[in-house]
Each structure stands twice: as C-alpha cells, then as structure tokens.
Design a protein around this ligand. Structure first.
Ligand SMILES: *[C@@H]1O[C@H](CO)[C@@H](O)[C@H](O)[C@H]1NC(C)=O
Ligand SMILES: *[C@@H]1O[C@H](CO)[C@@H](O)[C@H](O)[C@H]1NC(C)=O
Ligand SMILES: *[C@@H]1O[C@H](CO)[C@@H](O)[C@H](O)[C@H]1NC(C)=O
Ligand SMILES: *[C@@H]1O[C@H](CO)[C@@H](O)[C@H](O)[C@H]1NC(C)=O
Length: 418
C-alpha cells in the first residue's frame, strides 16, 4: 500500500504525462463515478471544487465521453507554409480525436494555401475563409499599447496576427448566431503546429482558459488556447480589446504581454499546461541561444514542447547540454520546461538540413509521412478537385476559386505538358 501511495504521488508530480493507465483506471473510475454523482446532486459546488479540478485533470472515460458529445469549435489560423508537415499531425491528433468538433479555418491566401487541401478529410468543416492579406490600418490606441520590438514586421505584423485570430472568433460567432446555439468549447490553434501526441481531454478546464506553459515572452504563451465561449471571447478579441488595454494604461506590449493583459483586464483566470505540439519554423536563430535568445527544438524531441519553436533536424544538443542551454535562458522570456529529456535542440543558425525530409519521415512515421508526400506530389488538377470537395462539405466558404488557390502554389505542377 505504501508503494502504491508512492506511485500515485509520483504520477501526480509527473502531471500524468505518461500514466500507468491500468493502475489509475482501477482507482479513478469508481472514484469519479462517486464524485460525479456527488457533484451533479449537490448545490454546494464550491465545497467540492478542489476535488472537481482533480477530476478534470484526470480524464475518466466519463468526462472524456461528455467532451466528445459537447459542442466544440476548432479554429485553425495562420499561413500554411509547412502544412505538409503539420497538417497530417493536426488531423490525426487534434481533429480526429474530437470528431464532434466543427472546424473553422482562417488563413491568408498565398502560394502555400493549396496545402490546406489536406483538410478535405476533416469530419465537420464549418467555415473556411482564405483571404487576401491587406494592411490593417493602425489606430493611435494601437500605437500606444503595442510595441514593434521583436516582431519581424513591426506593429503591422502584430495587427495581421491579431486580425487572423479575431477573424476566427467572428466566424465562430456568426456560425453560432446562424444556428442559434453557443459552443461549449473553443480550441484555437495554429496551422503551423506539429503535434507529436493527441490533445488530451485534461486540457479542457471548466471556467478557465488553458494555454501552453513556457515560451511566455513577458506575458502568456499565445500559441494555443482552450476555453468555453465566454473565456475564448476574451482571449480571441485581440484587436477589439486594445481600446480597453489603452484605457487601463497598458503600454509597449508584445503579442504575449497583450494576451496576458486581455485576460487580466477581463478577469479571466487561466491554466498553463504542457501541451504536445511545437511551432515549425523556417527562421534562423543563433545557437546556442543567449539569455533572451530562442531555442529551437528538434521535431523528434519526446516533448511535450508546449508550442516552442522546432524544425526537423539532427539534434546537436541533448541531456547535459540542454540543461546548460536552458538554464541560461530567461524564465520570463523564451524558457520552456525541458526536464526529464523532453527537449533536444537543433543548431538553427542556418537553413534546414538537406536530409530534412528523411528526418521528418522517420520521426513522424508512415502515416504522417504519407501526408507529406501527398502534398509534395500533388498535381494542379487533383488540388482543384480536392478544394471543390471541401467547398461542398463546408457550411460557409469564402475563398478565391480552387483554380486560383492551386494555381498560385502549383503553377507548373500539372499533368499536361505545356
Ligand atoms: C433560439 O433558441 C432559443 C432557446 O433555445 C429559443 O427560445 C429561440 O426562439 C431561438 N431563436 C431562433 C431565431 O430560432
Ligand atoms: C474585473 O474585476 C474588477 C474588480 O473586481 C472590476 O472592477 C471590473 O469591472 C471587472 N471587469 C470585468 C470586465 O468584468
Ligand atoms: C524528472 O526530473 C526531475 C528533476 O531532474 C526528477 O526529480 C524526477 O524524478 C524526474 N522524473 C522522472 C519521471 O524521470
Ligand atoms: C514554373 O513557372 C515559373 C513561372 O510561372 C517559371 O519561372 C519556372 O521556370 C517554371 N518552372 C518549371 C520547372 O517549369
């Protein structure tokens, strides 16, 4: 019994990252059924609150089942730059994990948008918006509240990103109004996220907004968020809340600190959890990273990477070396949890390795590698057919024609020899 208690204690400390399921199952199932009955029949929920949150961090089949029957929206935003790598992982480990979820897609029209055709197998496609990126006119309030520092394209870059995120909320809200209901959950994530494990039900925490831990850059990690409609509205209203931040006296915020200020001023409490995805980047970063530098994880890292930057590489830094590098990083900036061998680092000062496709395929496995090859070998005609199929399935569709989207990315990838 002492051994058992020790084991449970260890599991709790580990944050249930890799559970001994059999053991937990034996304990949790009867416990959660009892608690669930208690919770649903007692009005004094506050009394049970610690137990309730314990229940939520431990997905019993009951909670998981309820989640899979709930009304859920999934919002994917951003450029499809490396979607041949990230798309298949999002499909397998996020979208298909919650087949009840409606998918919303908000992406700029560019030469990579054709890769979004991978989503043609999504179970429920609600709204697709692929739009021409225009300059977002900047207001005096935005200039006061935001800073251009560390943003590759200055304040305009931030506004573009905020517009992308808030646009998803607008699409979701309009879908809700159109069908007269409110989503129980909204999962907002990025098109450029590579998932190396499924999105776990434990990250759906009632009444609070869940974000990844680490990579906080002076605020809160804004690379993913999960909450109900109320908390999500506060989190995703990235442009429309700026006047409130201005009135509250906030100045010189970057994306992450503006995000934190939004939640704070709207009295939304949040949870920081370790989540199994990384943001695939083509950008180059000094190695080893300095105090405020950016570590780039190997896509093959065991994770969870909680949205840290990554690329497919042969890691140059493991174990002791990771400890040295990560300890030198600023905890309030790019630092992320690296303990227990979760991270291996790339030397990202140059471009991707020549062998990156081979490295990716080995890490991702057969199924995901197949997705990558499908996009690589996609022909213009197939792409057009895929987009037409998607358009038929979608409830709302606002995008250039299939020929325009596919033409921009696959100019000469056509069956006809011109
Ligand atoms: C929307 O739903 C509510 C309650 O479910 C109902 O009272 C209302 O009449 C509905 N409105 C429309 C326009 O269907
Ligand atoms: C947040 O809480 C503070 C203090 O309780 C209150 O003054 C403020 O109006 C609240 N803001 C919102 C948006 O609810
Ligand atoms: C994880 O790392 C910490 C600190 O290095 C250590 O105390 C703990 O035992 C490790 N846990 C596992 C499961 O390896
Ligand atoms: C593809 O098309 C572009 C311009 O449309 C042209 O510059 C390029 O040479 C073509 N490539 C091949 C391999 O035909």
């Amino acid at each position: 019994m002492v051994k058992l208690a020790e084991k449970i204690n260890m599991l709790i400390k580990k944050g249930f990252s890799d559970l001994d399921w059999r053991l937990l199952f034996l304990l949790i199932v009867p416990l959660s059924i009892l608690l669930f009955i208690a919770l649903s029949s007692t009005p004094s929920i506050h009394y049970f609150f610690p137990l309730r949150s314990f229940l939520f961090t431990t997905p019993s089949p009951d909670v998981t089942g309820k989640l899979r029957q709930s009304r859920m929206a999934m919002c994917l935003v951003g450029g499809a730059r490396r979607f041949e790598l990230t798309g298949p992982s999002i499909m397998e480990r996020v979208i298909k994990e919650y087949p009840n979820a409606d998918l919303f897609l908000h992406c700029p029209m560019d030469k990579n948008a054709f890769k979004l055709s991978l989503l043609k197998t999504a179970p429920r496609l609600a709204s697709v918006r692929i739009f021409d990126q225009k300059i977002v006119p900047q207001t005096a309030e935005q200039v006061r509240v935001l800073t251009a520092a560390n943003s590759p394209n200055g304040i305009q870059g931030l506004l573009q990103y905020f517009n992308l995120v808030e646009g998803c909320l607008t699409m979701i809200d309009s879908h809700q109004k159109q069908h007269n209901f409110t989503y129980d959950w909204i999962v907002r994530t990025r098109v450029d996220g590579y998932w190396n494990a499924p999105l776990n039900p434990q990250h759906f925490v009632a009444g609070r907004y869940t974000v990844p831990s680490g990579s906080v850059y002076g605020g809160l990690n804004d690379r993913l968020g999960i909450g109900d409609f109320y908390t999500s509205k506060a989190a995703l209203s990235r442009l429309s809340l700026i006047p409130k931040l201005d009135l509250a006296g906030y100045r010189r915020l970057n994306s992450e600190s503006a995000f934190k200020a939004q939640l704070t001023t709207q009295n939304i409490s949040y949870v920081e959890n370790r989540l199994p995805f990384c943001v695939v980047t083509d950008r180059r970063y000094r190695f080893p990273p300095s105090h405020m530098g950016v570590p780039v994880a190997a896509l093959s890292s065991p994770g969870p990477l909680s949205g840290a930057k990554c690329r497919p590489c042969t890691p140059v830094c493991k174990g002791r070396c990771v400890a040295d590098v990560m300890s030198s990083l600023d905890k309030r900036w790019s630092w992320t949890n690296w303990r227990n061998g979760t991270i291996e680092l790339c030397d990202a000062h140059g471009g991707w390795e020549d062998r990156w496709e081979m490295i990716f395929d080995r890490v991702a496995g057969k199924k995901l590698a197949e997705g990558r090859r499908q996009v690589k070998d996609l022909m213009f005609e197939e792409c057009v057919a895929d987009f037409r199929e998607m358009k038929k399935k979608a409830v709302n569709w606002e995008a250039p024609t299939a020929e325009e989207i596919c033409g921009l990315g696959l100019k000469n990838h056509t069956k006809m020899i011109l």
